[in-house]
Design a protein. Sequence first.
Length: 218
Amino acid sequence: MPPICCRRSCRFSKKPSRVSKWALSTPTVDRVQRGEVDVALVTRMNNFTGGLVVHQEQLVWIVGEHSRAQFEDPVRLALLPPGNIYREHAINHLERAGRKWQIACVSESVSGLQAAVFAGMAITVLGRCALVTGMRELTPAEGFPTLPKIDLLLYKAPGVTSPAVDALHDYLAHYVGLSSSSIDEAQRPLAKPPPNEPTRKPEPPPRRRPSLIHPKSS
């Protein structure tokens, strides 16, 4: 987000866009509706209306690469504050699977949840794009059910006609869509090569009949 803001403020320096970054979705959308924030890219909550869907993010269970937090009973969780859809999906899916759980850490930031995972104190639920070196994804075979995809929504404050806001909104809609396509393409399994055809033995070259040289008659 900072490089985008810098680029826009250089082009439209009279009135820079007001962009909310790294804030919880619900209060951010409220600020957009009140006109306090011009543009916001947020995760869809259950009660959200409006906004432009620019991407769908796959939620995954994340644990430290060398952690054993997934074996705890109850499962220790590092989650966002109440009201967040990541948190709701984590708790609901564990309860449906009959797993006991407890909250070990609450943070308003992704980096805070990642820190708890790195420390081995808990597992968390985030978008797959939040997986970094030192973490891994937990699978249904390990007792963690498959989670759904969630929408990323792009909002613009009502009644705003600033060229800077319009340009930033259009840029984000295009940029996030392209980035999402690249991620999906990178995560798509490679097509299997066609099965090898049975090897044919090379046919021997046709045998040439020896040419006879007749002696000249003297």
